[in-house]
Design a protein around this ligand. Structure first.
Ligand SMILES: *Cc1c(COP(=O)(O)O)cnc(C)c1O
Length: 401
């Protein structure tokens, strides 16, 4: 029953008053018939755009064969995807789940279990970064450590310490006999599309080796080709022991994965972890199809090339509109533009939407763009035109500065 006293959908989101009923490549079509250039991609999810023929084929073919059967049975497509993911990454082993938060949570469980089987159960604490985002479960909000997410959800889930993102000295100083791991996003997502300094990431690896800690990366957002490598940490020539990923991995089909080395995963034997849906045949058909496209020769080079085009365009905007935009940032096709003081990123996102371009706000007053990885130069030109037009008319009706 709903007597309209409370919304039928739990009102946990601020929604824009618009609905879409069709997607095609880099475009979304709203129910009022308007077309939008989609540089939000469902927050870095629809990495191959909307309605990619290879994904539609994989989904519909599998949809008429078998959706689900449970991990109590063998799932050949899961085996195949795990072998392909490990063949193309640092990892020896993969656990499949349904979301980013679950993938991170799997990694945190693995960290605790690793030290447990090593006879050091006191090493349960994880050093995380300020400005981090790791998901919305009870554990992952405390791993993220942001007051806006944890406020009112105590008692605190124990085990997380926070240091400034990029500060190696502070990280070292935070290590205690109870520290078991360091967890960071190689490129912070919600925090404002902030790439880590390569020396910081390399330094974390050295610190972990020196103190017997596990290094875990959260590549839920920056993984799966988003930065022009299969996983972002490849740019830093540093491998983790554990890595969470999700978002782009399914191109819009919900799935996540936790990848690990054999050493880090050694305690995760039968019964230590599980998921009803994780890695089911329908998800795995789509996951394999996404990877088919991503591993095609030249695909990731295209991401890097398009990333350079959009980055140059954003830098031009910063130069031409210093009162509106103050910094271009990001890596590959994970790019952001920081708004000047007095320009609220949310207002900018709304003005851009009204002009036909979908973006998303992020931390530090950044407007973030995560175009589909199949984006072409013409789409980027269209987006930059809208940004330029919106900046040029800001304050005289184009915005509320
Ligand atoms: C989105 C995100 C998550 C959480 O993923 P969900 O699928 O929403 O649970 C975790 N970490 C990072 C870096 C993310 O961007």
């Amino acid at each position: 029953m709903n007597d309209a006293i409370f919304p039928a959908i739990l009102p946990t989101y601020n929604r824009t008053q618009i609905a879409f009923d069709k997607g095609e490549g880099a475009y979304l079509f709203a129910t009022d018939g308007r077309r939008y250039l989609d540089f939000a991609s469902g927050i870095a999810v629809t990495c191959l755009g909307h309605g990619h023929p290879h994904l539609v084929k994989a989904l519909t073919e599998q949809g008429s064969k078998l959706w689900h059967c449970s991990n109590i049975f063998e799932i050949p497509d899961q085996q195949r995807l795990a072998e392909r993911m490990t063949a193309n990454s640092f990892a020896d082993s993969v656990f499949f789940c349904n979301s980013g938060a679950e993938a991170v949570e799997t990694g945190i469980k693995m960290i605790r279990h690793y030290h447990h089987v090593n006879g050091n159960p006191e090493k349960y604490r994880v050093i995380c970064a300020e400005g981090a985002f790791h998901g919305r479960t009870l554990t992952t909000i405390f791993a993220g450590g942001q007051a806006k997410h944890t406020e009112g959800f105590g008692p605190e889930v124990q085990g997380f310490d926070h240091v400034a993102f990029g500060n190696l000295n502070e990280t070292r100083a935070a290590i205690t006999p109870e520290t078991g791991a360091i967890l960071v996003e190689p490129v912070q997502g919600e925090g404002g599309y902030k790439p880590a300094d390569p020396d910081f990431i390399k330094g974390l690896r050295e610190v972990c080796d020196e103190f017997g800690l596990l290094l875990m990366f959260d590549e839920v957002q920056c993984g799966n080709g988003r930065t022009g490598k299969y996983f972002a940490h490849e740019w830093f020539d540093t491998i983790p022991d554990i890595m969470a990923t999700a978002k782009g991995m399914g191109g819009g089909f919900p799935m996540g994965a936790c990848l690990a080395t054999a050493e880090a995963a050694k305690g995760m034997v039968a019964g230590t972890h599980g998921s009803t849906y994780g890695g089911n045949p329908l998800a795995m058909a789509v996951g394999n199809a996404v990877l088919d496209v991503m591993l095609e020769p030249g695909f990731l080079d295209h991401v890097t090339a398009m990333g350079k085009v959009i980055r140059t365009g954003l830098e031009d905007l910063v130069r031409d509109f210093p009162d509106i935009f103050v910094e271009a940032r990001g890596m590959g096709l994970m790019v952001g533009i920081k708004c000047a003081d007095g320009v609220v990123n949310g207002d900018m996102v709304e003005a851009l939407r009204q002009a036909g371009l979908l973006c998303v706000g992020a931390g530090e007053n950044v407007v973030r763009m995560a175009p589909p990885l199949i984006v072409e130069e013409s789409h980027i030109a269209e987006a930059l035109d809208i940004l330029r037009q919106t900046a040029a008319t800001w304050g005289d009706g184009g915005g509320n500065a």
